[in-house]
Design a protein around this ligand. Sequence first.
Ligand code: NAD
Length: 499
Amino acid sequence: MEEIGHYINGQRVPGTSGRFTDVFNPATGEVQAKVALATVEEMNEAVAKAAEAQKAWAATNPQRRARVMMKFGALINEHMDELAELVSREHGKTLPDGRGDVQRGLEVVEVCMGAPSLLKGEFTDDGGPGIDLYSMRQPLGVVAGITPFNFPAMIPLWKMAPALSCGNAMILKPSERCPSTSMRLAELLTEAGLPEGVLQVVNGDKEAVDAILDNETIQAVGFVGSTPIAQYIYGRAATNGKRAQCFGGAKNHMIIMPDADMDKAADALVGAGFGAAGERCMAISVAVPVGQETADALVERLVPRIEKLKVGPYTSGDDVDYGPVITAQAKARIEGLVESGVAQGAELVVDGRGFSLQGYEDGFFVGPSFFDKVTPEMDIYKEEIFGPVLSQVRTDSYEEALNLVIDNPYGNGTAIFTADGDTARDFAHRVNVGMVGINFPIPVPLSYHTFGGWKKSAFGDLNQYGPDAFRFYTKTKTVTARWFSGIKDGGEFNFKAMD
Ligand code: NAD
């Protein structure tokens, strides 16, 4: 049985706690590895070493630090297939989706190759008589990243690349469900020239997270995961004087206007609702057609598309649309929510219950379900299902549809499908959600923009990656400087005898 420890000071080390948790192969249900769960002492030791290493790293000029990112980017490309396989092996997503996971992280590394220009300061010449002001961005010191299971490559890369490029050291605490990709990325960073100790991967559970939150050396925490944990981490980090940005869960709606291209809308809904088994924070989980005819037209197109979905292990190749969910508990929770939808009166148009795959009976596969006539009081509407379940809420007007999105407590992503520019523009302007798609179902911004939700989907300030990440991982120092009258008008230039 493989034992996954930690990555400390440029190498893999075993855990010393004696505590482990199982890492499953979600397709077979088998335990494929055990990952060590760090103690407070192990965490504190890793942080102390990181603090030591950070001094020289911060003193390395930004261009040289950026060169490490250039090499790292090249190594990620070289190892793309291997990394994608690591992602799929522990997460269960298909290989093309695993490659996408790595690719969207790599794109943030690419932006960090230009970190020196993002780290440039500001200067005011002659802000007062003989007075200049300048601001510089300095690293925070040791920072921490705490990441979820659902993007084992992308989200750790969103955290580590900007933090390190700014001259910080980082403690990365990946999800205990999918730890291997982070361990491999850390090795590639060492190969790329990152000095030992600047990135420490410490595996663990709540004990390790609390050790991060209570460690006085750690200056900032970047978290991604579910909303209750995001809120908890934000509160405890802030109480302990840390900078914190904590991204949480989602319930993303897609409005379909009567003038939308219905086939394209149906294709988009199937991909965004069921891709990665619905385990994406930007998944569309609620379709909101405007008008009963639109709703009927959508059902007519969605049903055959959903019934055709191929569910299977990533090892089946590119022929599979989505894989298993992450754990047996996740499967049971999703199935429980589907039952609640039936019990609470939603119309189960495509029934994914009782799904079983020959040869993989113990895997955590969940068949695709589609509910029509869902209402906001139902649990399937209120909960983030995080599984292959699409709900349709029928509305009679654009305003009603828009207000449904506005009133939802989450605000990560949303989309509208329409042929009318005016409606699309109105929607983008008025909706209180952080990322908006227009005829685009999963509007994850490119790496030189920024990523972040509103409302209960994010706690704290500033978005992930792009220019905001460079603000989050640096602090600003502003100097006001005056030089009194100097040699140019008060000095003595003639050579004088010493009499
Ligand atoms: P999770 O909240 O269970 O875990 C996230 C991290 O927190 C993990 O590293 C885990 O070890 C740690 N953790 C879990 N319970 C903890 C506790 N009680 N105390 C301290 N730490 C704890 O989330 P998950 O199941 O891994 O990921 C899925 C969730 O993440 C979904 O809600 C999804 O929407 C969200 N997500 C959000 C974004 C975003 O950018 N907004 C992106 C991806 C995923």
